[in-house]
Structure formats: structure tokens, C-alpha cells
Design a binder for this molecule. Structure first.
Ligand code: CA
Length: 412
């Protein structure tokens, strides 16, 4: 499938991808856009010129909107039908899109915004390598996994209000910390600021309170995926997390990438997940391939320096998949809503260079990383920028997210 628009082989935004996001230009209205190559397709401009009538049209109030929620509510068949229609217009030599002024905007001209109004945010803990590493460091090296871990996709309810888009800097958070040589805690800026490399899915369909989503229908409730950086303050987390789990060590910020890649765009990259042993309960038993072969990279870029690759992981390592997470989330009758964000948990692989957090990469500060500029890192320092990217790639083509970039500013 060849487009008349030039698309580099290494572009995340191939003809197969066509992800959705919210953009604006020159301080104008926020609109729904589609990424292709180094362009953004302005869907409202297409609607103005009657180029969406083949798919039954789309309301301007949906396309000129602060968020994707109303667009997502159209349903996966409509939004994927739109992607098929755009693909046709991007490949037809006689395409009306070629001559339409303002329909294709240079990506470097737009500002990208938070793609969805996030209702609720849930964070899972679904990488067996990550859970094992954390268990080894903080509990028992011989029995690193807690007894429930292989039976339950463990998760907790996070904070939705502090989910932010790419290019929004964060402040180093303050909190209560218990230092090793002190009998009492003090209030201080975190000394152990960390990223967590995650992928999140955005819920695309409401479920009813009191009803459970069956595991093999769960993917019908997923609109698409984003990169997710679950910022963490390890010293605050360590002091506060007993007995109810993460709180202020997590809630100060989580960053998401601006383009939501529809789940269907990853169809050609499906793989089987790890074998689950012991066998899971029936409500978590899946049919078919539920993992995705998706390369993930994390870079640290110090101020006035080049970016340095610190983690090279893959979404396919996940022990618990998205369908199981969603089935488990609703097994008690908890309803889910369009725009809810459910994050994977830190994605670590077996090798040290595939660990998805500084906690693991520096083994809690015992083995600092040396960057290209000669400085070392146990955790993230002020003015560092964390860059995450992710893409799937095979003979079929490339599908990715672009970049998620966040700079850390000093504490207030
Ligand atoms: Ca997390």
C-alpha cells in the first residue's frame, strides 16, 4: 500500500497507523487530527469539504473538541471505518485530499494536547520481571513474588487529575521521607525521582455497573494505546506505601504521549504472551494472541547534552495482558467509562538493559549508570529530560507513537 505522500520507512506514522490526537495551531481551537508521516490531517477541514460523507459524515462538534472522548464514543467500527477511508484517500492518485488547502498541516506547526479527558486511571503491575526485581530489592531475594502475583493482575487506583501530555515539565515533588539514620521523617524534595516505562490503553466503550466484561470480549472495550511514564518518588513511596499502597509517591504526575494508536493498528504485531503457571482462573483464560511485539526505549537527556539510551524493552514481555487486566477490573461489577486510562505497570525484560525504571537499572542506587557526557545517574536529576518512544516494526511496516518527552524542574 503506497501513499502519494512521501513517508519515510522509519516514520512511526505509516499508512498502517493513522493514530488520533488533539491538536491546535497558532493558539486556535483544539481539533481532532490524524498523524501521517510528518503531517497532521485536520478532520474538520475534510468535513467542511464533504470528504467524510462516504462514511456518513462526522459532526463538527465532535471534530472541533477539547478531547477525543466524543469521537471515541462513535465506536470502534466508525473510527476504524474513518481510518480505512483516509487510507484510501492517501493512496488514490486522483485523491481530492491532494488539492485541499489546510487539510494536511506540517507536524512542526501544531501543538499537541492531552488526547482524552481522563475519568479514572488504574495502574497495573503486570511485568513479572519488574515485580521480581522490586521483590528482590525490598523483600526476599528467594521469594520475590508475593503469593497472589501469579493469580491476580495486581493493580491500584491512581490519580487522573495529574495525567499530563508530552512537553509539559514536572516539578520535583516534596514529601515525607524517612532517612536511614533518622528516627523520624522529614518533609523534603524527593532524592529518588524515577520514571516508569509503561504502555496504557484508553477505554473506548462504557460498561454497566454490576456487569463484568468477559475476557475474550475485553478488547472490544479498548480504543487505543499510548506511551505512559508513571513518575515515581521512591523515597516517598517507601515510607508511605504500607499498608494501602502507592499514594503521593505516584500521584504528582503521569505523562502520556499525544497520539492514541488504535488497537487494530497492532493486529500485525500480535504475539503470544509468557506461559502462565499456575493456570489462571477461568475468568482470566484467553483465546488467541493477546500480547504485542512493541519496542520501547527510554532516554535521559541532561541539560545541554545529547540523549542517552538507558532502557530497551518490549511490551511483549508482559505476563498479564490488557484483556486480562480489563476482565479482572470488572469482575466485581465495577463499571468502566470512555476515556479511562489503564496502564500496564513498569515494563521490564530479563536483561539489565531492558529494565523499565531507574530503581532497577541502578539497583536502587547501588550501580549508577554512566551517561555519554560522563555524568552518572542513580535517579533523575533536575533539568534532565526523559524521552520515551515506542514502535512496532516488521515486514508489514511500522506503527509507533512518536515521542513522549518530559523535563524535570527543581522543587519549589
Ligand atoms: Ca506504575
Amino acid at each position: 500500500m503506497i501513499s502519494w505522500l512521501p513517508i519515510n520507512n522509519d516514520s512511526d506514522f505509516s499508512i498502517h497507523n493513522l493514530p488520533f490526537g488533539i491538536f491546535s495551531i497558532h493558539g486556535g481551537l483544539k481539533k481532532v487530527g490524524v498523524a501521517i508521516s510528518d503531517k497532521v490531517i485536520d478532520l474538520a477541514a475534510l468535513a467542511d469539504h464533504g470528504l467524510l460523507k462516504e462514511i456518513g459524515g462526522l459532526a463538527k462538534s465532535v471534530l472541533i473538541n477539547e478531547y477525543l472522548n466524543d469521537f471515541i464514543a462513535l465506536g470502534n467500527s466508525k473510527t476504524n471505518g474513518l481510518r480505512d477511508h483516509l487510507r484510501l484517500m492517501l493512496t488514490l492518485e486522483s485523491s481530492p485530499l491532494k488539492e485541499l488547502p489546510g487539510a494536511l498541516i506540517d507536524m512542526d506547526q501544531v501543538i499537541m494536547h492531552l488526547p482524552v479527558r481522563v475519568g479514572d486511571y488504574t495502574d497495573f503491575y503486570s511485568s513479572i520481571e519488574h515485580a521480581t526485581n522490586v521483590g528482590k530489592m525490598f523483600r526476599d531475594p528467594e521469594n520475590a513474588l508475593l503469593p497472589n502475583w501469579r493469580h491476580i493482575p495486581v493493580g491500584y487506583h491512581g490519580r487522573a487529575s495529574s495525567i499530563i501530555e508530552t512537553n509539559i515539565p514536572i516539578r520535583r515533588p516534596k514529601g515525607q521521607v524517612l532517612l536511614a539514620d533518622s528516627p523520624t521523617p522529614l518533609l523534603t524534595p524527593t532524592d529518588k525521582l524515577d520514571f516508569e516505562l509503561e504502555v496504557a490503553f484508553i477505554v473506548g466503550k462504557n460498561s454497566q455497573l454490576g456487569q463484568s466484561v468477559p475476557v475474550n470480549h475485553a478488547e472490544d472495550y479498548i480504543f487505543g494505546l499510548v506511551l505512559f511514564n508513571d513518575w515515581s518518588a521512591r523515597d516517598i513511596q517507601k515510607w508511605e506505601y504500607v499498608p494501602l499502597g502507592p499514594f503521593l509517591g505516584k500521584s504528582f504526575a503521569s505523562s502520556i504521549s499525544p497520539w492514541v494508536v488504535p488497537l487494530e493498528a497492532f493486529d500485525a504485531f500480535r504475539v503470544a504472551g509468557p506461559i502462565q503457571n499456575p493456570p489462571v482462573l477461568d475468568y482470566l483464560k484467553i483465546a488467541g494472541k493477546k500480547n504485542i511485539d512493541l519496542n520501547l526505549k527510554v532516554y535521559i537527556q541532561p541539560q545541554d547534552s545529547k540523549q542517552h539510551l538507558v532502557s530497551n524493552s518490549n511490551f511483549k514481555y508482559m505476563y498479564w495482558n490488557m484483556a486480562q487486566q480489563l476482565a479482572h477490573h470488572t469482575i466485581n461489577g465495577c463499571n468502566i467509562k470512555i476515556g479511562d486510562v489503564m496502564a500496564s505497570g513498569t515494563i521490564s525484560g530479563k536483561d539489565k538493559n531492558s529494565f523499565g525504571s531507574m530503581l532497577e537499572l541502578s539497583w536502587n542506587g547501588q550501580e549508577p549508570i554512566t551517561l555519554a557526557n560522563g555524568t552518572t545517574r542513580s535517579y533523575i536529576e533536575d533539568l534532565d529530560t526523559i524521552i520515551i518512544n515506542g514502535f512496532a516494526n516488521n515486514e508489514y511496516g511500522r506503527v509507533g507513537f512518536g515521542e513522549l518527552r518530559t523535563q524535570v524542574l527543581p522543587a519549589n
